[in-house]
Design a binder for this molecule. Structure first.
Ligand SMILES: [Zn+2]
Length: 473
């Protein structure tokens, strides 16, 4: 307004519009150094300062706090606190009893205690019962009751026994046995129960099928793995490999296409338990060649027999006097006692009196006694119509008729009969005629004949007719 004096009471609105007109926030990139620029710069600094000054504070906000509990007081507090049950009572403190808590005169007992006990290796049956809390007298009575149905010593280690100990008259008295249950044998379950005050035995027979298990299959990469995969127990497979290995070489004779065939003892209880026993039959087929071995017992010895009835080759020759020097060989010689040359029918072994004399191979003693110039004399018949005699002995360790094994002591070196000093005179006969011991091979294999062979063949046939790999059952 020209001519008018500036109004000293300028309104705020006028002042603000005036300020806006003055452009407080110019572009600071232009007119650097001008008055407008400096004013804009000052306005910028002022606005930044205002923002920082009005910003929030980050110091902790003071609030009211309860006094910290520590040490024993903290444990005391924790015992009273409500905590997850899974933590259990870990303070070792008890809550203080209040008026509702009434002390008991005596704590009630469980009426019965159910236990399981396992018979250990080398453990005793009655010892197990006593360990479980049965009194000595009762354990002895139970042992006697069990012994009536099966020998207590036959109970297998690992057998689990279920016991129930009953109510007792006072907390200091031992608990009586209420019941006992266990599997005494594969085919026998036994339970002892207290009926009307007295223990009574209740044996239960369990049906057991003893049909042997026959398994066949291809050898493939590994006979062991193939037989195990077919279901053969490991011990039977090892026996099989040893038996077949005695006839064939695994490295060269047995290929992947060979077929194994084995029969192993098996007992199956109707309750589901299965026990495996010895290997009974070991067969191996390669193309059209078959090796068949069957276990057979003859003369108290069980061994593998081939399908033809030939047993394991064994024997060879054991020196009749271990480590003795041969003092005279087989042939013509001057006899030191008789004083003229004659045939020496055997071999002499010089040894001290009392040195043991051993059977050179398996056989049966057919003579043991005095025989003229031979003195104390033993004759043994062996397989293959061979016989051996032992003379000038000091004494006998076997008698006529007894079966002897190779290396078994049959007597002792002496100088009985026509003899100049302690030595063994040893002779060998084939078909009753004396022969040079050096010409005789004592390698022998038992041979099944007649009725024995027929029985052997019959058993072999039953094994061959068994269902293969448990099929058709
Ligand atoms: Zn002689």
């Amino acid at each position: 307004m020209p001519g008018a004096a500036p109004d000293s009471r300028l309104s705020l609105r006028d002042w603000l519009s005036d300020l806006a007109e003055r452009d407080l926030v110019p572009d600071l990139g232009t007119d650097i150094g001008s008055l407008v620029w400096f004013r804009g710069f000052a306005a910028c600094i002022a606005l930044c300062t205002l923002a920082v000054w009005l910003g929030p504070d980050y110091r902790p906000i003071p609030v009211s706090q309860s006094a910290a509990v520590s040490g024993a007081a903290w444990e005391e507090t924790r015992a009273q606190s409500i905590a997850p049950l899974a933590w259990g009572g870990d303070t070792g403190r008890r809550m203080a009893a209040n008026d509702l808590v009434v002390p008991l005169g005596s704590a009630p007992e469980r009426p019965t205690i159910e236990l399981t006990a396992t018979l250990g290796q080398g453990d005793g049956f009655s010892r197990l019962l006593q360990r479980a809390g049965v009194t000595g007298a009762e354990a002895a009575r139970v042992s006697d009751m069990i012994a009536a149905v099966t020998p207590v010593t036959d109970i297998k280690p690992g057998t689990v026994m279920k016991l129930v100990l009953g109510r007792r008259a006072s907390p200091t008295a031992p608990r009586p046995l209420d019941s006992l249950e266990f599997r005494a044998r594969l085919d026998l379950a036994v339970s002892i129960r207290r009926d009307a005050g007295a223990l009574a035995l209740h044996p239960t027979m369990i049906a057991v099928d003893r049909t042997p298990l026959r398994l066949t299959g291809l050898v493939g990469d590994s006979l062991y793995r193939a037989a195990r995969a077919a279901g053969a127990p490991p011990q039977a497979v090892e026996t099989y490999i040893r038996a077949i290995g005695s006839k064939l070489s695994f490295a060269t004779d047995i290929g992947a296409d060979a077929k194994f065939d084995l029969v192993v003892e098996r007992a199956r209880a109707e309750t589901g338990e299965v026990e495996y026993g010895r290997l009974l039959y070991a067969g191996l087929t390669r193309g059209n060649r078959a090796t068949q071995l069957q276990q057979w017992t003859i003369g108290g010895r069980t061994e593998w027999f081939e399908a033809s009835g030939v047993g394991e080759r064994r024997g060879g020759f054991t020196q009749p006097v271990a480590g003795a020097r041969q003092t005279s060989g087989f042939g013509m010689r001057f006899h030191p006692v008789l004083g003229y040359s004659r045939m020496h029918q055997g071999v002499d072994f010089g040894a001290a009196r009392g040195t043991p004399i051993r059977a050179v191979t398996d056989g049966v003693v057919v003579f043991a006694g005095r025989k003229g110039g031979y003195g104390n004399h033993i004759r043994i018949n062996h397989a293959g119509n061979l016989s051996t005699t032992y003379s000038h002995m000091n004494g006998y360790a076997v008698s006529s008729g007894s079966r002897v094994l190779q290396g078994q002591i049959i007597g002792y070196v002496g100088t009985t009969g026509l003899s100049t000093g302690p030595h063994l005179h040893f002779e060998t006969y084939r078909n009753g005629a004396v022969v040079n011991p050096r010409s005789v091979s004592f390698l022998s294999a038992p041979l099944l004949e007649g009725r024995e062979l027929a029985a052997f063949r019959a058993r072999l046939a039953t094994y061959q007719s068994l269902p293969v790999n448990g099929q058709q059952e």
